[in-house]
Design a binder for this molecule. Structure first.
Ligand code: SAH
Length: 456
């Protein structure tokens, strides 16, 4: 951390004069920014080239004179010609802080990039050194904060006394405020008070968020998932969710792996259900983090049923499911006009013959198949699909570790897969079957029938 050469402050400008010197686009940009406040904006320039009529300002078409500076809180010089330089001298003589656009060395103060969630304002300043960086960071923060945040912040302020009267416990209060300012639905005081009453009634009643973590890359998490992970008291996660994603949760949240890797069930589903109900019953906010999307082969149904039965509030946050990550990795459209009219997400593991017959006929009539949990039985599944009439020439693509940096793709046909290639790279895999697969970009893919030799 370096030494600050400037000190950030927020200047009260409501009702005060702010003078902008210049009549071009730069001046207009400053006026636009200032118009977000209730400042009394004055513009002076002998060269009025732009139209200020959409703002509540009265531009005066002459060079600024010393009395223009009387009582001004700030001066912006948006045109550093002879007029602007004279204005700078006048501002300094009057002792008014002055900003000269694009001339950091002439500025008494800089204007930061602003994220506006009034009354909450976030100002990002690079002390004039890199406005581009400041703007970039601003865009990221913009994306992180719900648009209604400011309104919610005001509501939080206006409810303070009620909250103190209704909720004694400090942690419960913090939760209420967190829930309020991050709520995507609450828009007015009535909604906020209803939320307050719920929190007061529950005092310390927990809840469970079933969160889709996506296929394993940190930046394929949704913003909502990320936000809730920051609020969780406990994170209950599957084996398939990489450590880096679990790490993104609140630092002091407890983490419980309930990993289910194939063949190793450290927790049974019933035990997980019981665990979720118990944790929430203790008043904790539980992030149940699942790979991909919780509603796709995520056993979400059972967990939701258990929570409902126990009367515990829950929320589901969708995630990018593995098949969609695989489609993105290989630029393979899963639906394609005149080729594939739909897509079936199916589990190869545990599929009986009737199911396979059904999928073969769906794929035969132009649907893409996305098969989950099928790596170890890939050859057998392919053979059975063929036995049910799916042509051996049907394109097949396999993506291991979809959505992650170490993904590996292979491409071939159903008959190639059926003929016994069984050695896949380490990691979870999705098998895509259907004519649309051939429309993808599989340039980096290994031919499926060479998988065996490669590994050998
Ligand atoms: N809910 C998850 C699926 C969980 S079932 C989702 O929506 O993606 C586990 C199966 O998902 C694995 O056997 C594999 O078929 C698939 N899978 C999960 N993550 C994957 C990944 N990164 N790449 C490829 N397949 C994946």
């Amino acid at each position: 951390m370096g030494e600050l050469t400037t000190f950030p402050v927020s200047v009260k400008v409501a009702g005060r004069k702010v003078l902008v010197v210049g009549g071009g686009d730069e001046a207009l940009a400053k006026v636009r920014l200032l118009a977000k406040t209730r400042a009394d904006i004055h513009v002076a320039s002998s060269a009025m080239d732009v139209d200020f009529s959409e703002f509540a300002v009265t531009p005066v078409s002459r060079a600024p004179v010393p009395c223009d500076f009387l009582g001004a809180a700030l001066v912006f010089i948006a045109d550093y010609g002879p007029e602007g330089r004279a204005a700078e001298r006048m501002a300094r003589a009057a002792g008014i802080p002055c900003n000269v656009v694009d001339r950091p060395s002439r500025c008494d103060f800089y204007t930061p990039s602003i994220v506006d969630r009034a009354p909450l304002t976030i100002a990002i300043s690079s002390e004039g050194a890199s406005p581009v960086l400041a703007r970039l960071i601003r865009a990221r923060i913009e994306a992180m904060l719900p648009p209604a945040l400011g309104k919610l912040a005001s509501l939080a302020g206006s409810l303070r006394h009620k909250v103190e009267a209704l909720i004694q416990d400090g942690a419960t209060r913090r939760r209420f405020y967190e829930a309020l300012v991050t709520s995507p639905v609450i828009a007015d005081a009535t909604g906020a008070e209803a939320l307050l009453l719920r929190h007061a009634a529950a005092e310390a009643k927990g809840e469970v968020w079933l969160i889709g973590a996506g296929p394993g890359a940190e930046d394929l998490l949704t913003l909502r998932a990320q936000r809730l992970l920051q609020e969780a008291d406990v994170i209950v996660h599957d084996q398939l969710v990489p450590a880096a994603v679990v790490e993104m949760g609140r630092r002091d949240a407890e983490r419980i792996p309930v990993g289910k890797t194939k063949g190793h069930h450290s927790f049974s589903q019933a035990q997980i259900n019981t665990l979720l109900v118990r944790l929430a019953g203790e008043g904790k906010r539980v992030a149940r983090l699942k790979s991909g999307d919780p509603m796709v082969f995520g056993r979400a149904g059972e967990e939701i049923a258990a929570l409902r039965k126990a009367g515990i509030p829950y929320t589901i946050v969708p995630g990018v499911t593995a098949a969609l990550a695989a489609a993105a990795d290989t630029a393979s459209p899963l639906t394609l006009r005149k080729v594939s009219s739909g897509v079936v997400f199916a589990t190869a593991h545990g599929a009986d013959d009737e199911a396979l017959r059904h999928w073969a006929s769906l794929a035969g009539s132009g649907l893409s198949l996305a098969l989950y949990m099928g790596k170890s039985i890939a050859a057998e599944t392919a053979a059975r699909l063929m036995a049910h009439g799916l042509p051996g020439a049907t394109p097949v693509g396999i993506v291991v570790n979809a959505g992650r940096a170490d993904r590996k793709a292979s491409l071939g046909t159903l008959s190639g897969l059926a003929s016994g290639a069984g050695q896949f790279p380490q990691g979870p895999a999705v098998i895509l079957v259907g004519d649309a697969v051939a429309a993808g970009d599989w340039a980096d893919a290994l031919p499926i029938d060479q998988l065996q030799q490669r590994v050998a």
